[in-house]
Design a protein around this ligand. Structure first.
Ligand code: NAP
Length: 334
């Protein structure tokens, strides 16, 4: 019998291999031998996964906006076997080296590196100005343009308006971030809209390779129009961020008797409160459905509060006016 620890999974597999052994006191018989192999084998799921990662075509990916989210994505791209070059308003040369990417302070130099894919990871608020100052003419005529903004109709419209027609457009939204996707991307949704992908095979294959990267990381792939994304995201993502911010502003602290419900609230704060205010403001300003959802949230809060105070008022009235109020209520009822 062999005992095999599957590296990184905490799983132990047992298998039997018969070896002939004999002790002095016992008659000859076959006994199982225990062996430990602490290395991934070619048939392990772990080995298969890394094999698959490398089956996906390696791309040269240009990240524009190398802040929190740009760096978070870059780390995984590099792990997935892709080459990353980056540019940003701030100098992130050291951070790029740390991640295995190359940083270009000058956006012209960045474009002249001719990435296969350019991904805008700038804040929602700065996308327009960044796009207007971007030297597209220095890129290859055949380049795939993407964004990862948390709102989708806005970048889609801007890309269609500004980008020359020979560029492909793929809008993406990983529905997770550096906090919620810190350990694993397994089953986390990746929304995508193939806005404009040229017909020739190489363009289709490049787009498929980028999507396959997310799939191989474990993402749940959701193909959805940008408009539908914004409709759905207003009542899910924007409300999540709003409630997370409200609770974060309250500065709630762990207690020794915290319930599971409270732990979920604390993890909601963790997953939203560290994002920049620009991001949250962008969700509000650039999603036309957000203000209606905010009004609904406010109304719901008032209703719940109204129920509490309504009952309290009734109690106080009874205490103050006793039977008198009962009589008046009874007359009103009549
Ligand atoms: P963010 O505050 O939304 O964006 C920061 C990025 O925007 C940095 O790269 C920053 O560049 C750039 N930027 C800000 N103002 C700029 C300006 N005036 N001109 C040029 N660049 C400017 O924070 P983030 O979390 O990194 O998000 C980046 C994008 O990813 C956003 O569009 C967001 O919606 C999207 N996203 C974020 C998450 C998340 O959980 N964080 C999840 C999914 C999608 P410098 O650092 O060089 O100043």
């Amino acid at each position: 019998m062999s005992l095999r620890a599957v590296r990184g999974t905490g799983m132990i597999r047992l298998s039997v291999s018969r070896h002939a052994t004999r002790s002095r006191s016992q008659p000859y018989r076959k006994q199982p031998q225990v062996r430990a192999i602490d290395a991934a084998q070619s048939f392990d799921s772990e080995s298969k996964q890394s094999e698959n990662l490398h089956r996906c075509k390696s791309l040269k990916i240009g990240v524009v906006g190398f802040g929190n989210f740009g760096q978070f994505l870059t780390k995984r791209f590099i792990y997935g076997g892709h080459t990353v070059i980056a540019t940003s308003r701030t100098d992130y040369s050291d951070e790029a080296v740390g991640l295995g990417a190359t940083f270009f302070g000058d956006v012209h130099d960045f474009c002249e590196e001719h990435p296969d894919v350019v991904i805008f990871c700038t804040s929602i608020l700065s996308l327009e100005s960044t796009m207007y100052n971007f030297p597209f003419q220095r890129l290859k005529r055949n380049t795939l343009f993407c964004d990862v903004l948390s709102v989708k109709s806005f970048p889609k419209q801007l890309f269609q308006q500004i980008l020359p027609s020979h560029f492909d457009i793929l809008c993406l939204h990983p529905m997770f971030g550096p906090d919620s996707g810190k350990d694993s991307w397994q089953d986390l949704p990746l929304v995508y809209d193939k806005v404009r992908i040229g017909v020739d095979d190489s363009r289709a294959e490049r787009c498929a390779s980028l999507l396959r990267f997310f799939e191989l990381q474990g993402c749940r792939m959701v193909e959805m129009s940008c408009e539908e994304h914004d409709r759905q995201a207003a009542s899910s993502q924007f409300i999540t961020h709003t409630v997370g911010r409200m609770l974060g502003t309250m500065e709630l602290a762990e207690t020794t008797i915290s319930t599971k419900g409270f732990d979920s609230l604390m993890s909601l704060v963790d997953n939203t409160y560290h994002d920049s205010f620009d991001l949250y403001y962008g969700l509000f300003i650039y999603n036309e459905n957000a203000s209606a959802e905010l009004a609904r949230l406010e109304l719901a809060f008032d209703q719940v509060k109204g129920q509490l105070f309504g009952r309290l008022h009734e109690l106080i009235r009874r205490e103050h006016f006793g039977e008198q109020i009962k009589g008046a209520d009874a007359r009103n009822l009549k």
